[in-house]
Design a protein around this ligand. Structure first.
Ligand SMILES: Nc1ncnc2c1ncn2[C@@H]1O[C@H](COP(=O)(O)OP(=O)(O)OP(=O)(O)O)[C@@H](O)[C@H]1O
Ligand SMILES: Cc1ncc(COP(=O)(O)O)c(N)n1
Length: 271
C-alpha cells in the first residue's frame, strides 16, 4: 500500500479536558484534512476551571516515540506544544530530524491563559538555544514574546523588534500574537515577519468570550497542517488565523467555565 495520506505530527502535552494541548492539535489536523499523530511529552489533569496536576513523560519514552514514528511514516510537517522542562526540550531537539518529521512550527507554550506554568523558568535558555533554531515558524503570544526577548511590548515598533530578535535567534518565520485581555478592545492584531523580511499584520474583531481554551494550540496545528499540504508559510498563517477566529466566534457548551473553541464551526466556515 502507498504511504501517501498527508501526515502531520504534534509533539505536545495532553490536557484531560480535550480543550487544549494535543487534543486541540489533533482536532485542528482533522479539520484541515490531515492525518494527525502525537508524541506525548506530558499530561495535565485539567478541566474548564484550570489545571490541577501535571506529569512529565520520561525522556527515554519520548525518544522511543520518535524512533517508532521514524521507522514507519512520511511526516510532512510537525509542531511543538507543551515541553515542560529542559530535559524534554533536549530530547526533542536531539531527535528532531527534518528529513523525517518535516518543517517545524514551534508554539512556545509557557503559561496558560489562566496562569498555570507549563514550561519551567530554568528552561527558557535551553528553549532559545535548542528549539528556536529548529523553528520554521514560531508563534509566541504577547507574553511569551516578552519572556523570550526581554522586550517590553508596548508599541507596534517594539513588537516588530521582538519578532526580529526571535528571527535572529534562528526562527525562520515569526508570528507574534496580539493581546486580547481587555474586554473593551475592538480588534486583535498579530504581527508576522517572514523569512524573506516581508512583514504584515493580521487583524480580526475581538470576540468577548471565555471559551478560548486551545486557541494557540489550534493556530499552530493548522499552520503545520497547511504547510504539510504544500501551502506557503504565509498562506498557512492566513488560513490558520481565519480558522481560529471562526472557532472562537461560535461558542460551544462544554464545561462550566473557560471552554474550548469550536472546531466544527470553523471546519464548516473556512474551506
Ligand atoms: N478573544 C479573541 N478574539 C479574537 N481573536 C482572538 C481572541 N483570543 C485569541 N485570538 C486570536 O487567536 C489566535 C491564538 O492566539 P492566543 O494569543 O490566544 O494564543 P495563545 O495565548 O498562545 O493560546 P494558548 O494559550 O491556547 O496556547 C491569535 O490569532 C489571536 O489573535
Ligand atoms: C497540555 C496543554 N498544552 C497547552 C495548553 C495551553 O492552553 P490554554 O489555551 O489554556 O492557554 C494547555 N492548557 N495544556
Amino acid at each position: 500500500m502507498v504511504n501517501d495520506e498527508i501526515q502531520a505530527l504534534t509533539i505536545a502535552g495532553n490536557d484531560s479536558d480535550g480543550s487544549a494541548g494535543m487534543p486541540a492539535d489533533l482536532h485542528g489536523f482533522f479539520a484541515r484534512g490531515v492525518y494527525g499523530m502525537g508524541i506525548i511529552t506530558a499530561a495535565v489533569a485539567g478541566n474548564s476551571y484550570g489545571i490541577e496536576a501535571a506529569h512529565v513523560m520520561p525522556a527515554d519514552f519520548i525518544k522511543a516515540q520518535f524512533e517508532a514514528l521514524a521507522k514507519d511514516f512520511k511526516i510532512r510537517a510537525s509542531k511543538t506544544g507543551m515541553l515542560a522542562d529542559a530535559e524534554v526540550i533536549n530530547v526533542v531537539a536531539d531527535n528532531y530530524d527534518k528529513a523525517t518529521f518535516g518543517p517545524l512550527v514551534v508554539d512556545p507554550v509557557i503559561i496558560t491563559k489562566h496562569g498555570a506554568m507549563l514550561l519551567e523558568q530554568e528552561a527558557y535558555e535551553t528553549f532559545k538555544k535548542r528549539l528556536i533554531p529548529l523553528a520554521d515558524v514560531i508563534t509566541p503570544n504577547f507574553f511569551e514574546a516578552q519572556k523570550l526577548t526581554d522586550e517590553a511590548l508596548d508599541s507596534p515598533e517594539s513588537i516588530q523588534a521582538a519578532a526580529a530578535k526571535l528571527q535572529a535567534l534562528g526562527a525562520k518565520n515569526v508570528m507574534v500574537k496580539g493581546r486580547h485581555d481587555d474586554p473593551n478592545q475592538a480588534e486583535v492584531s498579530d504581527f508576522i515577519l517572514l523569512e524573506n523580511g516581508d512583514t504584515f499584520w493580521l487583524t480580526e474583531k475581538f470576540v468577548d468570550t471565555e471559551r478560548v481554551n486551545g486557541t494557540g494550540d489550534t493556530l499552530s496545528a493548522v499552520i503545520a497542517a497547511e504547510i504539510a499540504k504544500g501551502n506557503s508559510v504565509e498562506q498557512a498563517i492566513r488560513i490558520a488565523k481565519a480558522f481560529v477566529h471562526a472557532a472562537i466566534s461560535n461558542e460551544i457548551a462544554v464545561g462550566h467555565k473557560y471552554g474550548p473553541i469550536n472546531h466544527w464551526a470553523a471546519m464548516d466556515q473556512v474551506k
